[in-house]
Design a protein around this ligand. Structure first.
Ligand SMILES: [Zn+2]
Ligand SMILES: [Zn+2]
Length: 110
């Protein structure tokens, strides 16, 4: 079971959806990266995880592969990135004023 949270900015109302376990993937016999969303038996084969991150400088959303070091934003090369599941309390990169709070009305479970 995976848990999701919606974070909402307390100033501009921007919402970011975050899932606890990212996007687990495995490499198939052709060498192709395949995601194993659950329920999926192939989750046991997963060797890595693409974790959604957000840039706290330019607000770009992108994936960071757990198998490779990437400490920078794809867009602006800022090192101020954070995985979206850890967004609580962070400064909002859209309005630069507010902070993200978990929206307790929209807990999601899949
Ligand atoms: Zn905001
Ligand atoms: Zn950026």
């Amino acid at each position: 079971m995976a848990e999701g949270i919606t974070f909402v900015c307390d100033q501009c109302g921007r919402q970011i959806e975050a899932w606890e376990d990212g996007n687990p993937y495995f490499i198939d016999s052709q060498g192709t990266k395949r995601y194993a969303y659950h329920p999926n038996r192939e989750r046991d084969r997963c060797s890595g995880n693409d974790v959604p991150h957000i840039c706290l400088t330019c607000a770009a959303l992108f994936m960071v592969d757990s198998g490779g070091p990437q400490g920078r934003c794809n867009e602006c090369k800022s090192s101020h990135i954070i995985d979206t599941f850890s967004l609580g309390g962070q400064r909002c990169p859209f309005c630069k004023i507010g902070a993200f709070e978990p929206n307790s009305n929209s807990r999601m479970v899949s």
